[in-house]
Design a protein around this ligand. Structure first.
Ligand SMILES: [Zn+2]
Length: 708
């Protein structure tokens, strides 16, 4: 049996076949798992352990972040399966609305095409084809990484049953008065032609000129003189002694394109220390001004269009882009003596699109909003009672802070690639549903923010409310994902899951950090430092890659991924292979009999190993995977190989028959249980060695975890 081990371990030649054997065994599906041994004999597995996989975006290759979640989640699933749980890891794929549309638009751009003017149905079909192709490609990559997920339960965010659940939630929110369609100031990307949620914006500090413009009797400061055509008031603080006489009056003066008449309003929001204490109010193009306009019933006059150009209300400036118009307006104001002075070094923050980095244009558009505070309330209480545990634990505070300050959520997106919002409207009336309620109703063309559907992922994938999976596997045990999407996704799953089902969707949240390049810098295409986990897996074996992603990876902190590190774990695979060869060779030459009595020295070695096994088990139970991996690595290399095998050489050569039998029994026991302990970390090589273990009964995949 040892001939196989004369050659070095060849990951490339074995991994695919091993995965196939697992998949064909049916054991990825918890319904097919073999019974377990209990004190009362064989018993069916009853205790579920469920992880819902964060569905990767079906718009490209898996990246290092995906490889981390596969390594960690698959570790947990394999471990719990071996512990006798009814282990379910439910895979999925995300249509990833805006993200995918952006990827697809780039593809169109390369082909010299644009989505503007395309028939929306044709565009949707093209993106669907693109996504489905990527989806099957991505599934192959998950298999390559060894993911032992139940493919028979795979879900796609655009599956009809998922959409039905999402619609049901939207309808319930509406019936409960938690959804409204309203004109609100939103963040508009003039490139991507859609509104974005607060989370999809980036803030950037800038230095721009601050213009002090003459407005009749006032001088007021603004960085955006080009929006002046949309002014519908000027405002002061009600307690500002300088302007008391003006409050409630109207001012009139000659502007650049005719006479301007504006009311002077008083509002607490105005900061008397900013500029001169007087500000212009442009409700259509500034979110704070919009709020003031609502309080004072001001008119909303749009002067910038969806492409970021001034519109027909702006006289000779019509058609100019914002930046160009700003310069032109400032120059003309200066020439006409309407600028008092300019502060050239004014520091302020602008919001940018997180994808294209264009400065976002605030616009007032009717959008669908979900009132979040009522959804957050029960989740805040649950987290305070520690019904959800966070790893690392500082996320508890971060999450609570965010939930306590939550704002209404704009769930409308003006893109085709998404789940259409099932709504109709007529005048001020709104109807929720997919069918038209009658004549004169206008169909909503917006789609949902992709996180609105993925926020329902745990219960939607399990067939809420009547599915047997929902009854059996909900609530799930662990949500493992990237720390950077804690608000986008984890918070929303907690809120929407609790709202819809009355129960938290999971009880443990494990957040891994970003995978960086060797120097700790974020991987990015522009820096040219992106490392493909799949290439590393092909070169050094998936097990080496997985060990490299687990060891040194403490929750919440960044992990560096680089070739030398993975190479080092490839050497570890070789070490394990050589350890096995040594034991097998000797078992053959010496003539091994199973279960010989252990002498005192060997019993001590076994006790030492059992202590390690107990330690590793405790580490995994307490989510210290990095530590468990490190201990196994250290034991196998330094204790088993360097010490035990070395001291075994003279024993197996010159020892008594009893000593030889005792030592071989010890070595075989340690080898077998080491393979079990290592399996969740290095599934492929351990399974391959397992096939050569005498008298094994099953795939290592479903062997029982060593009893501590
Ligand atoms: Zn953009």
């Amino acid at each position: 049996m040892h001939e196989k081990f004369l050659k070095p371990y060849d990951a490339k030649a074995t991994e695919e076949a091993t995965y196939k054997r697992w998949e064909e065994s049916g054991f990825f599906n918890p319904d097919n798992l073999p019974p377990i041994d209990t004190a009362q004999g064989k018993a069916e597995r009853s205790e579920p352990f469920t992880i819902i996989m964060p569905p990767p975006n079906a718009n490209g290759s898996l990246h290092a972040g995906h490889a981390v979640f596969v390594a960690i989640e698959d570790l947990m699933i394999r471990y719990q399966r071996m512990r006798g749980k009814k282990a379910l890891w439910l895979p999925g794929a995300d249509h990833a609305g805006f993200e995918t549309q952006v990827v697809y638009e780039k593809k169109l751009e390369k082909e010299g095409r644009t989505r503007m003017g395309m028939d929306p149905d044709a565009l949707r079909q093209e993106i669907m084809d693109f996504t489905l192709t990527n989806k099957s490609f991505m599934e192959g990559q998950l298999r390559q990484l060894g993911a032992s997920c139940d493919w028979s339960r795979e879900r796609f965010t655009l599956d009809p049953e998922i959409i039905e659940t999402v619609y049901g939630t939207f309808k319930k929110l509406h019936e409960d008065g938690l959804v409204y369609r309203g004109a609100r100031s939103i963040n508009w990307c003039t490139k991507h032609q859609t509104s974005l949620s607060e989370l999809e914006t980036e803030s950037e500090e800038r230095i721009d000129p601050l213009y002090y413009m003459k407005y009749g009797p006032f001088i007021l400061a603004t960085v955006r003189p080009e929006t002046k055509f949309g002014d519908t008031a000027v405002a002061v603080n009600p307690n500002d002694p300088r302007y008391q006489e003006w409050i409630g009056k109207e001012i009139e003066f000659e502007g650049l394109i005719g006479t301007v008449k504006l009311k002077v309003i008083a509002d607490e929001y105005v900061d008397p220390a900013f500029g001169t204490g007087v500000v212009k109010i442009t409700p259509a193009h500034d979110p704070n001004d919009f709020e003031m306009a609502k309080r004072h019933n001001l008119e909303i006059v749009e002067v910038i269009d969806r492409y970021g150009k001034l519109n027909e209300k702006c006289g000779k400036y019509a058609g100019m882009k914002v930046e160009e118009a700003r310069k032109a307006v400032a120059a003309d104001l200066l020439e006409r003596g309407l600028i008092d002075h300019v502060d050239e070094e004014y520091k302020h923050a602008v919001k940018k699109c997180y994808k294209c980095e264009r400065v976002l244009e605030p616009r007032v558009l009717p959008q669908w909003f979900v009132k979040m505070a009522p959804l957050a309330a029960p989740v805040i209480e649950a987290i305070e009672r520690d019904e959800v545990i966070f790893y690392p634990d500082h996320y508890k505070k971060i999450m609570l802070h965010w939930l306590r300050n939550i704002e209404d959520w704009n769930v409308s997106r003006q893109i085709v690639w998404g789940i259409p919002i099932p709504a109709w409207y007529k005048d001020k009336e709104v109807h929720i549903g997919t069918e038209s309620p009658g004549d004169g109703w206008i169909k909503e063309t917006d789609t949902f923010d992709t996180w609105f559907s993925s926020g329902q992922w745990p219960f939607a994938t399990l067939g809420y409310p009547d599915g047997s999976d929902f009854k059996q596997f909900y609530p799930t045990q662990v949500m493992e994902t990237a720390g950077e999407i804690i608000f986008f996704w984890v918070a929303r799953m907690l809120m929407l899951g609790t709202y819809r089902t009355g129960r938290l969707p999971f009880s443990t949240v494990y957040l891994h950090g970003i995978v960086t390049a060797k120097d700790g810098k974020k991987m990015s295409k522009s820096k040219g430092n992106v490392i493909s986990p799949l290439e590393l897996s092909e070169k050094y074996g998936t097990d080496a890659l997985r060990m490299g992603l687990i060891i040194g990876n403490t929750p919440g902190t960044t992990t560096a991924l680089y070739e030398d590190k993975i190479k080092a774990y490839k050497l570890f695979s070789n070490k394990l292979w050589n350890i096995t060869r040594f034991i097998f060779e000797n078992a053959e030459t010496v003539g091994h009999t199973e279960d010989a009595p252990l002498n005192a020295a060997d019993a001590t070695r076994l006790a030492e190993f059992k202590a390690l096994a107990a330690d590793v088990t405790k580490d995994i139970d307490e989510y210290r995977f990095y530590m468990a991996g490190e201990k196994l690595y250290g034991y196998l290399w330094h204790t088993l190989a360097d010490a035990i095998l070395e001291e075994s050489k003279p024993i197996l050569k010159e020892g008594s028959a009893e000593a030889k039998a005792s030592r071989l029994t010890l070595l075989m026991l340690i080898l077998k249980d080491s393979l079990k302990l290592l399996h969740p970390f290095m599934p492929f090589i351990t399974e391959e060695i397992w096939t050569h273990i005498p008298a094994r009964s099953n795939l290592l995949l479903v062997e029982a975890w060593p009893q501590p």
